[in-house]
Design a protein around this ligand. Structure first.
Ligand code: THU
Length: 162
């Protein structure tokens, strides 16, 4: 038996004002993307902005549905749109933010587990780490250098591709 401990690094900024300009701009796009959210059931509006290696920025927002499981998270809306429109261009970074109708989102908004798996797929596809910028409407911002930090031991069955 062997005991393994995984550790990961991330950066914590006290506010978005401390971010490098490219991260701040992408987080601003994620905040803008919130306006496209359709969230009549949770009242929690999420925005995501994906930056591609060619500089293009593609946004997404959560889209809910009366049949709850039919809805989709902002991150997957953005990442799937990016991959559909630019299938050969690696994703460089993604920023995520949210607004609630009911409370102040003053902490970084982390992607759900399914979105982590969806995003890591494109890291694997392009062998290229995706920078992840997580913010609320206010408060601290977390920056990760790749999805490996947020999803250790991600499902990765290469045999499925054969
Ligand atoms: N949501 C996202 O858009 N991204 C996440 O990573 C987690 C949750 C959405 C789904 C749903 O519309 C609302 O937030 C509340 O769960």
């Amino acid at each position: 038996m062997k005991q393994i401990t995984h550790t990961f690094d991330y950066q914590i900024f006290d506010s978005a004002l401390e971010l490098q300009s490219s991260d701040r701009e992408l987080l601003d796009k994620a905040k803008e993307a919130v306006s496209g959210s359709y969230a009549p059931y949770s009242h929690y509006h999420v925005g995501a902005a994906v930056k591609l290696a060619n500089g293009h920025i593609i946004i997404g927002s959560n889209q809910e549905n009366m049949s709850f499981p039919a809805g989709l998270c902002a991150e997957r809306v953005a990442v799937f749109a990016a991959a559909s429109n630019f299938p050969e261009v690696p994703i460089a970074s993604i920023a995520i933010s949210a607004i609630s109708d009911d409370f102040e989102v003053d902490e970084p908004v982390p992607p759900c587990g399914v979105c982590r798996q969806a995003i890591v797929e494109y890291e694997m596809k392009f062998n290229n780490k995706i920078r992840i910028v997580l913010g609320g409407q206010s408060g601290k911002v977390f920056v990760f250098q790749g999805m490996g930090s947020l999803l250790p031991l991600a499902f990765n069955e290469k045999g499925l591709a054969k």
